[in-house]
Design a protein around this ligand. Sequence first.
Ligand code: NAP
Length: 260
Amino acid sequence: MDLGLQGKKAIVCAASKGLGRACAISLAREGVELVITARTAADLEATAAEIRQMTGAKVTPVAGDITTEAGREAALAACPAPDILINNAGGPPRGDFREWDRDMWIKAVDGNMLTPIFLIKAVVDGMIDRKFGRIVNITSGSVKSPIPELGMSNGARAGLTGFVAGLSRQVAKHNVIINNLLPGPFMTDRLRAGFVEAAKKSGRPIDEVVQDRARSTPAGRVGDPAEFGDACAFLCSAKISFMVGQNLLLDGGAFNSTMG
Ligand code: NAP
């Protein structure tokens, strides 16, 4: 299926690795011109070169912390009129909420709620004027099914989800479509680090920890970031303009429910 994205321009945040990188690759394969961001310039430039080589797409790396105003301004300066915005950033740390002070909460809310909201604010009116816009927020399965040790993620991302539920319904008539993609376990550096920590704590071999996690999903495996990237490109498609404000879970069936 031709997704109808040839020649479109996208900002993909937090995209040198993991899920952001996979979204960037899938969009580049559809002929989208990219601005990609991450804090570590060397990794980001290596990823940009790799995507150019794989796809022939124009890829501009913009190094910076997307959770800061300066980081967002730099990305927007490189692509002032994006057709597509993929919101992503690192997730808050795990832990016990009794140990989290106000500064830690502000950081989590800043990164996983306010950063996407301010980027949306910066681009949405231009999208409305041009009568095309696709915004995908990478959130988490924890929005639907809270993960106890990820309380800051559960909370901050739920705030974003509530905001998007309202805004997506205000802008859809202009062909500006906002949806959220909710990852379950995907084999990225972040998940690998979690496995290493769990193996260390329990004294079990890492392979065993990974296998347990894989078995915990009905699909019997953890996800491949490439399939997340393809789902993201689909949500950016010109053909999904009737799919508004949805929370699409990619978790191998782990969330157990009859519907919704
Ligand atoms: P990852 O493999 O650790 O990759 C994170 C990427 O984001 C890197 O490119 C990193 O580069 C960049 N980044 C992090 N903080 C940034 C910032 N402040 N500004 C700009 N770039 C930043 O992580 P991932 O697994 O892809 O996770 C992506 C998001 O999905 C996270 O919010 C995570 O919590 C969420 N999630 C992931 C899973 C999963 O199973 N993988 C499941 C649920 C939710 P630099 O470090 O160089 O900036």
